[in-house]
Design a binder for this molecule. Structure first.
Ligand code: 6PG
Length: 242
């Protein structure tokens, strides 16, 4: 489903209501009475996180039943300005006073990148008691180059079929990232993309309406096999859609 909003406030409102609905269903349905969510990094979700933690939404969810994970992370310490955990912590987790035991983050304080990814994969596998975890919700952003999570164009992680979580070397940024892989993203019950801004408009048209180019446009690979996919766009990002 593609939805276009006139403002980021309207987009966030829809996303927050969807979050509440998914949480209610998950908590009711599952034997563990819980909702599992993988949060997105970058800048776009910040105002959604604040909305969820604010007066309008905080009482609509039993937050003790929500288990927070992270779709991707930068190779920095958790208190670094670039850390996705830090952004979510400041805008969502701390304001809601989420207990540490409900937060599952990439342990970037470990020295070795391969170990950081392997430990996150095994933590997820242990939590779900499955090597094919099914998140209730995965939130995603999209970069102006078509990447999502830390699945960048023409990088090795795009082709990972076995592992839940991997290290991904991104040469063009001269950086190392950590990311969940497409098999896990596509096994989720719900995937919500949040995309805003004119700088995304051209690539968004190519991702949604262009030829399949899965290496060049990683976001095209997001196709939940047995789940719902929502593209929530502001009107600037959606400008070139036909
Ligand atoms: C990250 C991400 C990444 C992000 C997009 C969009 O760690 O940066 O998770 O995939 O969602 O780059 O970022 P913006 O929301 O900042 O445009």
């Amino acid at each position: 489903m593609i939805k276009i909003f006139e403002s980021i406030e309207q987009l966030n409102l829809f996303a927050a209501e969807k979050f509440v609905e998914i949480a209610e269903q998950a908590i009711k349905r599952q034997r563990h009475s819980r909702m599992t969510v993988a949060l997105a990094g970058g800048s776009t979700p910040k105002s959604l996180y604040r909305l969820l933690a604010g007066d309008q939404f905080r009482d609509k969810i039993d937050w003790r039943r929500v288990k927070f994970f992270f779709g991707d992370e930068r190779n920095v310490l958790p208190d670094d300005a670039d850390s996705n955990f830090r952004m979510a912590n400041e805008n969502l987790l701390q304001p809601l006073q989420i207990e540490d035991e409900n937060i599952y983050r990439w342990q970037t304080e470990l020295q070795n990148a391969e170990q950081i990814a392997a430990e996150y994969a095994s933590e997820i596998e242990d939590f779900f008691e499955s090597n094919q975890p099914r998140f209730d919700l995965i939130l995603l952003g999209m970069g102006a180059d078509g990447h999502t999570a830390s699945l960048f164009p023409f990088t090795d992680a795009l082709h990972e079929t076995e592992k839940i979580a991997v290290v991904n070397r991104v040469e063009k940024l001269d950086t190392t990232r950590f990311t969940l892989t497409f098999p896990i993203i596509n096994n989720a019950r719900n995937v919500i993309f949040l995309v805003k801004g004119a700088d995304k408009a051209e690539v968004l048209r190519d991702v949604l309406q262009g030829e399949p180019q899965p290496d060049k446009l990683p976001s095209q690979n997001v196709k939940p096999q047995n789940g719902e996919l929502f593209w929530l766009l502001d009107d600037e990002a959606a400008e070139f859609l036909k």
